[in-house]
Design a protein around this ligand. Structure first.
Ligand SMILES: O=C(O)CCC(=O)C(=O)O
Ligand SMILES: [Fe+2]
Length: 348
């Protein structure tokens, strides 16, 4: 069966929507003294947002706005380093070739080069090796950006706790308590610090945009972005694009393919893209909250639409490796002819 999802042109086309993303206040799931009533309300608002959009703003996460600003400043600081300092920690110098700095044009989405540079960070295994995703992390030199590594690793720990709050809320509203308990154990994560130079007026949009339309392949994404408006866009059900401009102090959160799969597509992993034509350099920092490495992913019983065949179970880490290693090519390398094979989003 041809995959209609895959055939849609999401490159830079499509009209803008007048819809806005909903707002979810997660505070009742972070405050141990909150009432059942407050939790019920929060989990139901979340449920509706996951079903209708798969994308929403989150308030009540407990992080200080000044701390969030500081993190974004660290993002900007990294990209302002001299090019040779960034090149010194290029991903292809890392043991597993995926950790560290990626130049503009090296991230590939559906066979197009994204106009972004990035610092990619993954948890470090106890015994690093050259096997896929088993390397040690490359960081900016301590003397250039003191405390960078410590701050970002601490941030990842904070975000895991917020991710757990969402798992508790989803468990309350969807049931499947055992699964959602498992999803709060030994979580993997990915942190990207992304820098977007504005696209020039003469930029050929057919060659790639700031970040090509895609769904996220993990569990839940927490996006911290600077105050640049008019960059991130989220596909609505009617195919138009909803602007996801930043709200000060709020996160933009979206469902990834793993939760989409668990819930039999009731919670949507939604296509989104970045077209940044503004005048300033934009920084965003998605934190990808993930299951444990050997988590088995499957469609939960009773959640698939009538008649739809369930996926063959697979493990999270195999899936992640498949996705990650299809994404990066050097600027001298030819692009893969086929779009990245994303087994989960190529439905049909
Ligand atoms: O920079 C953004 O606003 C979104 C980035 C994104 O979608 C991603 O890295 O998966
Ligand atoms: Fe994304």
């Amino acid at each position: 069966m041809p995959d209609i999802e895959m055939l849609k042109d999401r490159s830079a086309a499509g009209s803008m929507s007048t819809q806005r993303l909903p707002i979810v206040d997660i505070s009742p799931y972070l405050d141990p003294t909150s009432s059942d009533e407050a939790r019920r309300e929060a989990s139901q608002t979340l449920d509706k947002a996951c079903r209708e959009f798969g994308f929403f703003y989150v308030t009540g996460h407990g992080l200080d706005p000044e701390y969030m600003k500081h993190l974004l400043k660290l993002g900007h600081d990294f990209f302002e380093l001299p090019q040779e300092k960034k090149d010194a920690i290029h991903i292809f110098k890392s043991m597993d070739r995926v950790r560290g700095y990626q130049k503009i044009g090296e991230n590939v989405t559906y066979a197009k080069r994204d106009q972004q540079e990035a610092l990619d960070i993954y948890p470090e295994p106890a015994n690093p090796s050259t096997a896929q995703l088993e390397g040690s992390q490359l960081w900016p030199a301590e003397e250039d950006l003191p405390g960078y590594k410590a701050t970002l690793l601490d941030y990842a720990e904070k975000m895991k706790k917020i991710g757990h709050a969402f798992m508790r809320a989803m468990s309350d509203v969807l049931g499947h308590q055992e699964l959602f308990k498992e999803l709060q154990d030994d979580n993997y994560w990915v942190l990207r610090v992304i820098g977007y130079p504005p696209l020039s007026d003469s930029h050929d949009m057919e060659s790639g945009i700031s970040c090509g339309a895609h769904t996220d392949y993990g569990c839940l994404t927490f996006l911290l972005a600077d105050d640049t408006p008019g960059a991130l866009q989220v596909e609505s059900k009617d195919g138009s694009w909803i602007p996801a401009d930043p709200i000060p102090g709020a996160y933009v959160v979206n469902i990834g393919d793993i939760i989409d799969t668990f819930t039999g597509h009731q919670y949507k992993s939604t296509y989104h893209r970045v077209i940044h034509r503004g005048s300033k350099f934009r920084v965003s920092m998605p934190f990808f909250f993930e299951p444990k490495r050997d988590q088995v992913i499957t469609n939960l019983p009773g959640m698939l639409p009538e008649g739809e065949k369930s996926v063959e179970p697979f493990t999270y880490f195999d899936h992640l490796k498949r996705m990650i290693y299809a994404h990066f090519v050097s600027n001298d390398e030819a692009l893969p002819e086929k779009p990245n094979a994303n087994a989960l989003t190529q439905r049909g």
